[in-house]
Ligand binder design. Structure first.
Ligand code: FES
Length: 152
């Protein structure tokens, strides 16, 4: 257990925003090419483009659960454009760090959020600068697995 800090353990044992909506405004699933774990994120978006609620389901490890828990907390109340600025590095910072071999678990949350927003944008005919070049089906960039310097 010493592998994880208290905040990670807290979000793992008592995750926020677990589940899904009957009629989500956007939803996205992402499977990690590293481990095969899956994450699904669903969002509700109001007329002002604010994410009013977000939920996740994961067939993933404890770090993926903790990452999705904080990541969904972070995007609720943000506009779609602001939510697109949330990076896996910010999720990691919010968690107080993950062991280096678990960094990709936070990438899973980051990609699932972008996939959910991509779905929302497609269904509502919207475009966002933060989605430019994002392809939900594209293989993950190798350098996204790079370990942030402070965790090395
Ligand atoms: Fe795959 Fe954590 S080990 S998401």
């Amino acid at each position: 257990m010493a592998m994880y800090n208290d905040k990670v353990m807290d979000h793992f044992t008592n995750p926020h925003n677990v589940g899904e909506f009957d009629n989500p405004d956007g939803e996205g699933t992402y499977g990690s090419p590293v481990c095969g774990d899956m994450m699904k994120i669903s969002i509700l978006v109001d007329a002002n483009d604010v994410i009013t609620d977000a939920k996740f389901k994961t067939f993933g490890c404890g770090s993926a659960i903790a990452s999705s828990s904080v990541a969904t907390d972070m995007i609720i109340g943000k506009t779609v454009e602001e939510a697109l600025e949330v990076t896996n590095k910010m999720v990691l910072d919010e968690l107080g760090g993950l062991p280096p071999i678990k960094i990709h678990c936070s990438v899973l949350a980051d990609h699932a959020i972008k996939s959910a927003i991509y779905d929302y944008a497609q269904k509502h005919g919207k475009t966002y600068a933060g989605l430019e070049g994002f392809d939900p089906n594209a293989p993950e960039d190798e350098d996204e697995h790079a370990i942030p310097e402070e965790l090395n």
